[in-house]
Ligand binder design. Structure first.
Ligand SMILES: *Cc1c(COP(=O)(O)O)cnc(C)c1O
Length: 245
């Protein structure tokens, strides 16, 4: 794919228009939907072209890989969102380089992040990742069955009590499917889970939903997404993983 800044800008604007229309169709304000450009696997040169195209919100999956790219735009008014599963020993990179973490998927990780943030005197906004589809391979709290929802409550209460994390909402990644409609029931379930948790947990406000990728972002917006995470629809297929960056 030709990733000059002009080409990126065209595809970004096309996706943005589609999001705005989907928001309007479902009676939502298009301003309520943030578009993250997912740059995992893309080299720093592409990130610079994204910025030249006016893109300021990026999503990354792999902490080490992201640092070089974040550094490439250091000092620019951009925001970096961690959206991938994180090993605890890499938590420090998040507290140093990222503006938001969408993929907090266990209490121990939240505690680790909080300790590091306290040392840095920093507050980090986070989303809690929910596994609403019963996929063993997926990270996140097991939320596929409503019977399991109550088990999540004490863990959220503990995270809520951590001084340097702010819970903004929930995140999910449904099973891959070529048919975007297949994702709809999972998005609906995340919405329902969020409403349930808000009722059960004192003082909990889940104002954000991070859901929707290149495959299914229109459905996600219709169901209430406030962050969509889009890579390939804007930047084309990712370079093979073995390519050195
Ligand atoms: C890679 C990734 C995306 C973006 O996927 P595309 O198909 O490139 O749009 C979104 N969310 C997560 C968690 C991802 O890992």
């Amino acid at each position: 794919m030709n990733n000059t800044s002009d080409e990126i800008k065209k595809r970004f604007e096309l996706v943005r228009d589609q999001i705005d229309q989907a928001a309007q169709r479902s009676g939502r304000s298009s301003q309520a939907v943030n578009l993250l450009v997912v740059t995992k696997g893309q080299p720093a040169a592409v990130i610079r072209n994204c910025f030249a195209a006016g893109i300021t919100q990026f999503g990354e999956n792999y902490p080490e890989e992201s640092v070089e790219k974040i550094t490439a735009l250091q000092g620019e008014p951009v925001h970096w969102h961690m959206i991938g599963h994180l090993q605890s020993r890499k938590a420090k990179i998040i507290t140093e380089y990222f503006d938001m973490m969408h993929s907090v998927d266990r209490l121990s990780l939240a505690e680790k992040l909080n300790n590091l943030l306290m040392e840095r005197n920093r507050i980090l906004p986070i989303m809690l990742e929910m596994n609403v589809a019963d996929e063993e391979s997926k990270s996140g709290w097991n939320a596929a069955h409503k019977e399991a929802w109550d088990l999540i409550i004490p863990e959220i209460e503990k995270i809520q009590a951590l001084s340097n994390l702010r819970i903004l909402g929930l995140m999910t990644m449904p099973p891959f499917s070529a048919n975007p409609e297949d994702s709809r029931p999972y998005f609906k379930k995340l919405v329902e889970l969020g409403q349930y948790l808000e009722r059960q947990v004192n003082g909990l406000q889940l104002s954000h939903l991070s859901m929707g990728t290149s495959e299914d972002f229109l459905v996600a917006v219709e169901e209430g997404a406030t962050y969509v995470r889009i890579g390939r629809a804007i930047l084309g297929p990712r370079p093979p993983k073995t390519t050195s960056l």
